[in-house]
Design a protein. Structure first.
Length: 163
């Protein structure tokens, strides 16, 4: 009986989806990093994540590097029924004791000048740059081309910022 129970428990754990990795940098915790798969020949990709700042000083996400693309911080917004996307000049502020979620239809990382497609199920790594904290390596789970967040993003009028 014990063998059957152990076998069933082992199979259940093996079938459970892997949890996204977590990165820490000083007082920052970066969680739930994921990216959308891209079609062959695409020049850009997109990445999302949540950043918790447990420190008493604001931080800025200024960009990053990868071996497969450049990294820019972008914001998507709607104005008069027209979607607009722009690079966030000077970086995205993560307030002291605050949380910022980069999510669809809000702030996001833009992987520019892709050297290869992002493939579902094949994680990718990026080194994200923060001012003043420095750099942190983050692994992004690559989901399907049309993937949405695993849970609806909670946001207010600050474009994904939760405080």
């Amino acid at each position: 009986m014990f063998r059957i129970t152990a076998l069933v428990a082992g199979l259940a754990l093996a079938a459970a989806p892997a949890l996204a990795s977590e990165a820490k940098l000083g007082e920052l915790t970066i969680q739930n990093a994921w990216a959308r798969a891209t079609p062959k020949g695409a020049d850009v990709g997109v990445g999302y994540l949540t950043i918790h700042n447990n420190g008493a000083t604001a931080e800025k996400l200024t960009g990053g590097t990868t071996d497969f693309s450049g990294v820019e911080v972008h914001e998507m917004s709607m104005a008069g029924g027209v979607m607009k996307m722009r690079e966030v000049e000077g970086g995205l502020t993560i307030p002291a004791h605050g949380t910022v979620t980069l999510a669809p239809n809000s702030y996001h990382l833009m992987f520019v000048h892709l050297k290869q497609p992002l493939v579902k199920g094949q994680p990718v790594k990026a080194t994200l740059t923060f001012d003043p904290a420095g750099s942190a390596q983050v692994e992004f789970e690559v989901r399907g081309v049309g993937a949405g967040a695993s849970a609806p993003a909670k946001s207010d009028n600050m474009g994904g910022m939760k405080m």
